[in-house]
Design a protein around this ligand. Structure first.
Ligand SMILES: Cc1cc2nc3c(=O)[nH]c(=O)nc-3n(C[C@H](O)[C@H](O)[C@H](O)COP(=O)(O)OP(=O)(O)OC[C@H]3O[C@@H](n4cnc5c(N)ncnc54)[C@H](O)[C@@H]3O)c2cc1C
Length: 141
């Protein structure tokens, strides 16, 4: 079992910025997210779209905002467990225990749930075939 002070479920913008504050307080932390990269909806759905409502940025590409968030949290050495969805959360004594879709178990003193609209996963075509076509679309359960 791997332990950090905090586990952050979801590496979208809310989770990434929560990580910044966790790091500022000198705590170790791990991000869990089923997506292969951080950024949540911004990376999965609209990386090339401008966002106009972030304080201090008249306009910013979603992908650039994610890049900034990742850079901002990097000095605190977060552990990224990407491609892993949190499946169960239990309290055992003073610790929380999270198990994931990869069969891993992680423990922490605190868990922050920043899961947004839910876990992203590829939406598969309901067609048979050799898998040469891929759909860049994501769905939440
Ligand atoms: C097309 C589009 C355009 C938008 N444009 C704007 C805009 O211009 N301005 C604006 O302010 N907002 C905009 N939004 C909304 C904005 O994207 C969301 O408010 C924002 O992404 C929420 O951030 P979040 O971190 O809370 O959640 P999310 O971005 O949803 O991230 C949550 C993350 O948690 C992960 N997660 C969920 N469940 C689990 C689990 N069980 N285990 C591990 N990980 C999990 C998900 O995979 C995801 O990566 C837009 C949304 C869309 C769809």
């Amino acid at each position: 079992m791997e332990h950090t002070d905090v586990i952050i479920i979801g590496a979208g913008p809310a989770g990434l910025f929560a990580g910044f504050y966790v790091g500022m307080r000198g705590l170790s932390f791990r991000f869990l997210d089923p997506l292969p990269e951080p950024g949540g909806q911004l990376s999965a759905l609209y990386p090339e779209k401008y966002i106009y409502d972030v304080a201090g940025f008249p306009k910013v590409y979603a992908k650039d905002l994610v890049k900034g968030l990742v850079e901002q949290v990097a000095p605190f050495h977060p552990i990224y467990s990407l491609g892993e969805r949190a499946e169960t959360l239990e309290k055992e004594g003073d610790l929380f225990k999270v198990t994931t879709s990869q069969g891993n178990t992680y423990t922490a003193k605190a868990v922050i749930i920043a899961a947004g609209v839910g876990a992203f996963e590829p939406r598969r075509l309901g067609a048979r075939g050799r898998g040469s076509w891929r759909v860049r679309a994501f769905t939440t359960p």
